[in-house]
Design a protein around this ligand. Structure first.
Ligand code: 2GW
Ligand code: MN
Length: 297
């Protein structure tokens, strides 16, 4: 796979800085126990990767859902920042799912950027808005995305790009380490702990707490992921149980059983409320006023 391109580069001082800022002591974690790279600034050579992809061009999909207030509040900044920083210089197709087509904003995109939008129904409960993304993604990947892109990322909309988020992130099955749990033991991860749920993870098990705000990979690997998460969600509904963190709980279960080939460090999805001095942040959580946006709880 192409993700192996990030192997074999020496780690520079810059990366120590990033990790140091994290928990006030130097700790190197650039590989998982199953030998997948954990991507930090300084662990890859962008110049080399760009040259490789110039000779082997790829198309990258980016899916995002923006329904109800999230459409008014977050979509424009997400897309405008993606246009600037998501895979700069490469062909990108945005797949934008909205509940109101008339509100789809006009942005002048770069020349190698394409946008496909689709109207999806807004579920009554926000938990279902979030979970049903898995179903819509499964259908769309199967119907056309798989034929249109080489890699696809699926993201939350309440975030914005801050620096180049580039081809170094491409891999077969890509997972995002959730910023808050990067240095926690797995017993503290907020996995689903009730054995009745399909998302159940036994205490003491688990490698990372993965963030459902970002996952990606090749269309076939992502299709298997979203199908499997959706099946778990529906099985839980049948059994009258809902996993503690909804689709994210099912995603964590999936990644326990199907190890990601590449892990993105929290530089790739940082929460500036943890601390503001974090360096090399490529994507950041938006400030969220839950009372304002979560009117339909
Ligand atoms: C509305 C009220 C409350 C929560 C969500 C929504 C809502 C979400 C909405 O009105 N419209 C909408 O388009 N969404 C979509 O669902 C949007 O793409 C958003 O980014 C995504 C997930 O909701 P979000 O961003 O509020 O959830 P977080 O940031 O607390 O995220 C984590 O946990 C979620 C499950 O509870 C998901 O797994 C998410 O992927 C995680 O990042
Ligand atoms: Mn979010």
């Amino acid at each position: 796979g192409r993700s192996c391109l990030v192997f074999g580069f020496t780690v520079t001082v810059g990366m120590f800085t990033a990790v140091h800022l994290f928990h006030n002591k130097v700790e190197l974690r650039t590989k998982t126990p199953w030998n997948a790279p954990i991507l930090w600034e300084g662990t890859f050579n962008r110049t080399y990767l760009e040259e490789y992809y110039r000779n082997n061009p790829v198309t990258i999909g980016l899916t995002v859902f923006a329904l109800g207030k999230y459409l008014d509040k977050y979509l424009e900044k997400f897309l405008a920042s993606a246009d600037k920083y998501f895979m700069p210089g490469h062909k990108v197709i945005y797949y934008v799912m909205v509940d109101d087509h008339s509100k789809l904003l006009y942005i002048e995109y770069g020349t190698s950027r394409f946008l496909k939008s689709r109207v999806v129904a807004k579920e009554a409960r926000w938990q279902d808005i979030s979970m049903m993304r898995m179903k819509t993604l499964a259908d769309m990947l199967q119907d056309f995305i798989k034929d249109e892109v080489d890699y696809v990322f699926c993201m939350d909309v309440d975030m914005d790009f801050r620096a180049p988020y580039g081809v170094e992130t491409l891999g077969e099955l890509v997972a995002q380490a959730q910023a808050w749990f990067m240095n926690s033991p797995n017993t503290e991860f907020t996995y689903e702990r009730r054995p009745e749920s399909k998302a159940y993870i036994e205490m003491g098990q688990g490698d990372f707490y993965y963030h459902a705000a970002v996952f990606g990979g090749t269309p076939s690997r992502v299709l298997d992921l979203v199908r499997s998460c959706y099946a778990g969600i529906m099985e839980d509904k049948k059994n009258n149980i809902e996993a503690v963190w909804h689709d994210e709980s099912h995603l964590n279960k999936y990644f326990l059983e199907h190890k990601p080939t590449l892990i993105l460090s929290p530089e790739y999805c940082w929460d500036f409320t943890i601390h503001t001095e974090m360096e090399h942040v490529k994507l950041a959580w938006a400030m969220k006023d839950y009372a304002e946006v979560r009117d339909n709880v």
